[in-house]
Design a protein around this ligand. Structure first.
Ligand code: DGY
Length: 321
C-alpha cells in the first residue's frame, strides 16, 4: 500500500501513533501550541489524512489542505468541522461515537449530584477550615433521588443518563428529542415531551444535544425563565447551546438554584469569566470523556477510522461522506 501523508494535530497515545507510523508518513504538529503552529501549516497542503480534535477545521484551514481525503476526529461532537465544505470537497469526516457514552454520562450525573448536594462548595468549606461545628440548614443540599430529570437531546449519552437516573436513583425522566425513542428497560419511566413541558416540569434539566445551527443559543433568557423556580441546569454537551449571560442573570435573580457546566462557549474558559467563581456554578474543564480508558478507546477508534479510510475501506464511524 502507498504510504500516505498523515498530519496528527493533537497528540495521540504512543501505541496509536506507532500504528499510523507503521504504514504512513506521519507529522505531529498541534496548531494550539505556538511552537508547533508553523509545522502544522507547513504540513497541511500535502496532508491526505488529518487526525486530532479540539481545533476548528474551518473553510480557511480546508482551503490550505489541497490533498486532503479524510479527517478523523477524536471526538463524537463534530461542531469544530465545516461539514458543508467537507461535503462539497468529498472529504470524509469520521468521529468516535459509542466508546465515550458511559463515561460522559458518568460525568454529567456527577454534575447532577454535585450541584444538588453542593459538593464542591461544601468540600471547599471544609478545606478552608470553616468546619468548626456541625453544619446548619444554610449549608444543606437538595435530594437527587426521586427528583424529575429533564433531558434535552436523547441520543446515546442522554439515554445512558436516563438509565442512571431512572433505574439507579428512582427519578422520573422527561426527555425532549426530535423523535420518540422506545427503550424497553425505561418503559413507564421515561416520557417523550415537548421542550416547553420539560422546562416547566423538570427539577433538573440536562443538555445532551449536539451543537448545530438549530441548537446554538437554544437555552436563552426565555427558556431559562420557563424553567421551574429553584431548578438546576446541567450542560454536558456544548457551551454555545446556552446563553451564558442569561444563565448568570437567572442565577443572580434567584430563579435557577444552580448550574453544573462541563462546557463553555469559549474554551478554555477565559480567566475573567464570572462563571469561574460564581458560588452557585460548578464548573469543570470539559472532562466529559476524560478518563484514561475512554480517551484511549477514542484514540484507537479514530486511528482505525483513519487507517480504514486511507486503505479505501468504509470506516466504522463516518459522520460525513
Ligand atoms: C466529544 O467527544 O465531542 C467530547 O465533547 C470531547 O470533545
Amino acid at each position: 500500500m502507498t504510504r500516505r501523508q498523515v498530519l496528527v494535530f493533537r497528540e495521540l497515545p504512543a501505541d496509536q501513533l506507532a500504528r499510523l507510523q507503521a504504514v504512513h508518513e506521519v507529522t505531529v504538529a498541534n496548531p494550539r501550541k505556538p511552537e508547533q503552529r508553523d509545522a502544522f501549516f507547513a504540513a497541511l497542503p500535502a496532508a491526505q489524512g488529518l487526525i486530532g480534535s479540539s481545533y476548528p477545521i474551518d473553510a480557511g484551514i480546508l482551503a490550505q489542505a489541497a490533498s486532503l481525503q479524510v479527517v478523523s476526529s477524536i471526538s463524537v461532537g463534530i461542531d469544530n468541522y465545516d461539514t458543508a465544505e467537507l461535503q462539497r470537497r468529498g472529504i470524509m469526516l469520521c468521529h468516535t461515537p459509542g466508546v465515550l457514552t458511559e463515561t460522559t454520562a458518568d460525568t454529567i450525573f456527577a454534575l447532577v449530584i454535585a450541584t444538588s448536594r453542593r459538593l464542591i462548595e461544601l468540600a471547599t468549606h471544609l478545606r478552608d477550615g470553616h468546619w468548626t461545628r456541625n453544619i446548619d440548614e444554610s449549608l444543606f443540599g437538595w435530594d437527587v433521588h426521586g427528583k424529575r430529570l429533564g433531558i434535552v437531546g436523547f441520543g446515546r449519552i442522554g439515554q445512558a443518563l436516563a438509565r442512571r437516573a431512572a433505574l439507579g436513583f428512582g427519578m422520573p425522566v422527561l426527555y425532549h428529542n426530535t423523535r420518540e425513542v422506545a427503550l424497553p428497560e425505561l418503559a413507564g419511566k421515561a416520557r417523550h415531551v415537548g421542550l416547553e413541558q420539560l422546562l416547566a416540569e423538570a427539577d433538573i434539566v440536562v443538555l445532551t444535544l449536539p451543537l448545530t445551527e438549530n441548537t446554538r443559543g437554544l437555552i436563552d433568557a426565555e427558556k431559562l425563565s420557563a424553567m421551574k423556580p429553584g431548578a438546576i441546569l446541567v450542560n454536558g454537551s456544548r457551551g454555545a447551546i446556552v446563553d451564558e449571560a442569561a444563565l448568570l442573570a437567572s442565577l443572580d435573580a434567584g430563579h435557577l438554584r444552580a448550574a453544573g457546566l462541563d462546557v463553555f462557549a469559549v474554551e478554555p474558559l477565559p480567566l475573567d469569566s464570572p462563571l469561574r467563581r460564581h458560588p452557585r456554578v460548578t464548573a469543570l474543564p470539559h472532562i466529559g470523556s476524560a478518563t484514561h480508558e475512554t480517551r484511549h478507546a477514542m484514540a484507537v477508534l479514530a486511528t482505525s477510522n483513519l487507517l480504514q479510510a486511507l486503505a479505501g475501506e468504509r470506516p466504522a464511524a463516518v459522520a460525513v461522506g
